[in-house]
Design a protein around this ligand. Sequence first.
Ligand SMILES: NC(=O)c1ccc[n+]([C@@H]2O[C@H](COP(=O)([O-])OP(=O)(O)OC[C@H]3O[C@@H](n4cnc5c(N)ncnc54)[C@H](OP(=O)(O)O)[C@@H]3O)[C@@H](O)[C@H]2O)c1
Length: 337
Amino acid sequence: MKAVGFKKYLPIKDDDSFLDLDVEKPVATGRDILVSVQSISVNPVDIKVRTSKDSIEDPARIIGFDASGTVESVGEDVTLFKAGDEVFYAGDLTRSGSNAQFQLVDEQIVGRKPKTLSFAQAAALPLTALTAYESFFDRLNIDISGANKGESILIIGAGGGVGSIGIQLAKTAGLKVIATASRKESADWVTSLGADHVVNHHENMVEQVHALGLNTVDHIAIFSDKVHWDACVALIRPQGGIVAIGDQNSDFPMAGLKVKSASLHWEFMFARAMHKTPDMIKQHESLNYVADRVDDGTLKTTLSETISPINASNLKKAHGLIEQGNAIGKVVLDGWS
Ligand SMILES: NC(=O)c1ccc[n+]([C@@H]2O[C@H](COP(=O)([O-])OP(=O)(O)OC[C@H]3O[C@@H](n4cnc5c(N)ncnc54)[C@H](OP(=O)(O)O)[C@@H]3O)[C@@H](O)[C@H]2O)c1
């Protein structure tokens, strides 16, 4: 089968940063399904695992997380899917990835693909949707059916992949969304997705939120590597919750939260699969929830750019775009030549 991978961890502009490969097609056993991958999307995690270092991979390493495609065959213990089903998923950081024509994935972290979306539109969603879903509903304990209706959430980095679906999920739960975006294009994008207010993360966020008539907000989602910690501590309401997902500046001075009895939650989308938690199947359920909300018109795809076909040259292009750190929505690669 065709795949795209690498042997050396090189800057993306290097000719050998990604290689077109011909590798053996895997076989599904146990709870694994074998998926014929149609579309993939690129996330910052793809860039982070490829960061330059001296190690050599032999055989070549295949990464890639978001994917949509069709089930080709299933392992003997599979109960949720059968050959021919259309699926979407974000995969497992510890296994071979979606940058391949066929991929093995545990059925418990796979959802049914939304019927109303193309494969490319669907591949934009899983990793970011799971991250935002788990941040709000599993970590901050916001009620998905609307019990927190009218409460406010500040979403930092709202124009990116996670923020774009995060805005929509927060609106579905009835929250008032204050989204951060620093450019006209990203501000227009977050408004089009339902944000009630936009503030600029490169200017004083505390003053901007106060100017909206809000002294504090009920929840904060830091969907960025740039944490803006002092602003978060100033803006979170007493007994409110903050969720963080990024890797940089993670050494938060926690003392500022004490006088507010406020909480910080970490979200790591890969944690359930990585640690095989007993509730791993929750990702199957969460992705099916997203598919249902897409199909009933509540949520829309966050796809903003499609590149075709999936090969080393186009994957370099997509990684180059995400590396810039100012993506709006999601970049997807579609089809094999
Ligand atoms: N823990 C997890 O499970 C998990 C899951 C997914 C992602 N992540 C991490 O979360 C981060 C966001 O992911 P993503 O996929 O949304 O990334 P992305 O699509 O690359 O995010 C791009 C967005 O970041 C915004 N941004 C740039 N500089 C910023 C700043 N100083 N402060 C706030 N926002 C800023 C940009 O807004 P403007 O252009 O308007 O400035 C742009 O819209 C990444 O670090 C990623 O690795 C973690």
